[in-house]
Ligand binder design. Structure first.
Ligand code: KIV
Ligand code: ZN
Length: 396
């Protein structure tokens, strides 16, 4: 049992469902099993393994992940349609801890243009479908699709209906990435205030965030949702997902770990596995990770400017707020380029096994700067060639 005073945040990973919905990111059966195995080992609390009604392949991968998972809850997604729910139940039934995640749209835009249903009809659908799911499994999550564009009174009515029908996790997604952090936080506060007094089991209900990144606010919104009372965050490795993606798991977890002073929460994630997970998801989806991506980008722990390199050589807290080792990167890299200074150059020579006198060092440094002006990055071999030349000249 945790003795920490920090609230535990449930990490719900949807790389294999919302992430895979990203155009061009589909994974094979074996790749999905490999990703799920890593997520399970990494301490992800809930793995949304897929959308079982979507295809036979999806059904089979969810079912196999359910059979194999050691620790994680395995969730299958379903629309608010009886056949979907039955299929999701069938797929997750072999899991040690199965969950059915069912959703329906609640916003006026979706009700009018997509579902062509009245608000009262949707309430009846929630009652029937959540009850059906609850007959199949104990653990039912219900989502109000497009929650952030739903009037608060109606949203609260839907949530109350879902809880009374048996849902214990209530997810309020920012489906189109439209909310701002203060709005998202307020939505959770208001819904919780309106609903929790009216249900018999308030302590059993976990509210959940699910944020898309259309305005680049997915991680900030997720953390704001937690400030509003949510205790589950839905996210994906590398922020993969529909359109601009979902909130990135690695960013959420490291924000919580790094800023415990203002984010008094904890997760069960082994952060040293984050880089491996990022690389695996990038490899199986063929989606490259942008170089300057927070936490897992190639440059996240690389320093080129002379001032930064000088500071890093003296003490790494000068320009790093977390250690590379904490996310599974072996060490900081001081990238040698035209912005590098003499201190980093001297350090690099030492690491390469050279010890030059002051004059030779100055000459080599001038030649290095010339080279760096012509090349984007100067590799160790370039520096070795340049110093070997310096030594040969000195011996002539
Ligand atoms: O973005 C969304 O609303 C979803 C739901 C299916 C939870 O992905
Ligand atoms: Zn989504």
């Amino acid at each position: 049992m945790s003795t920490s005073a920090h609230d535990r945040i449930v990490i719900f990973d949807t790389t294999l469902r919302d992430g895979e919905q990203c155009p061009g990111a589909s994974m094979t059966f074996e790749e999905k099993l490999e990703v799920a195995e890593l997520l399970d080992a990494m301490g992800v609390d809930v793995i949304e393994a897929g959308f079982p009604i979507a295809s036979v392949g999806d059904f089979e991968s969810v079912a196999e992940i359910a059979r194999r998972a050691d620790r994680s809850v395995i969730a299958g997604l379903s629309r608010a349609i009886p056949a979907d729910i039955a299929r999701a139940g069938e797929a997750v039934k072999h899991a040690r801890r199965p969950r059915i995640h069912t959703f329906v749209s609640t916003s006026p835009i979706h009700l009018e243009h997509q579902m062509r249903k009245t608000q009262d009809q949707v309430i009846d659908i929630i009652t029937a479908t959540v009850a059906q799911a609850r007959n199949l499994v104990e653990d039912v999550e219900w989502s109000a699709m497009d929650a952030t564009r739903t009037p608060i009174d109606y949203l609260a009515r839907c949530v109350e209906t879902a809880i009374k029908a048996g849902a214990t996790t209530i997810n309020l997604p920012d489906t189109v990435g439209y909310a701002t952090p203060s709005e998202y936080e307020a939505m959770f506060r208001q819904v919780r205030e309106r609903v929790l007094d009216r249900v018999s089991n308030p302590e059993a209900i976990v509210f959940s965030t699910h944020c898309h990144n259309d305005l680049g606010l997915a991680v900030a919104n997720s953390l704001a949702g937690v400030a509003g009372g949510a205790r589950q965050i839905e996210c994906t490795i590398n922020g993969l997902g529909e359109r601009a993606g979902n909130a990135a798991l690695e960013e959420i977890v490291m924000a919580i770990n790094t800023r415990r002073d203002v984010l008094p929460y904890e997760t069960g994630i082994d952060t040293t596995m984050l880089t491996r997970a990022s690389k695996m998801v990038s490899a199986v989806t063929s989606f490259p990770v942008q170089y300057n991506k927070a936490i897992v980008g190639r440059n996240a722990f690389a320093h080129e400017s002379g001032i930064h390199q000088d500071g890093m050589l003296k003490n790494n807290t000068t320009y790093e707020i977390m250690t590379p080792e904490s996310v599974g990167v072996t060490k900081t890299s001081l990238v040698m380029g035209k912005h590098s200074g003499r201190a980093a150059f001297r350090d690099k020579l030492k690491a390469l096994g050279y010890s030059l006198g002051e004059n030779a060092l100055n000459d080599a440094f001038t030649r290095f700067k010339d080279l760096a002006d012509r090349k984007k990055v100067v590799y160790d071999e370039d520096i070795e060639a340049l110093v070997d030349h310096e030594i040969a000249v000195a011996h002539d």
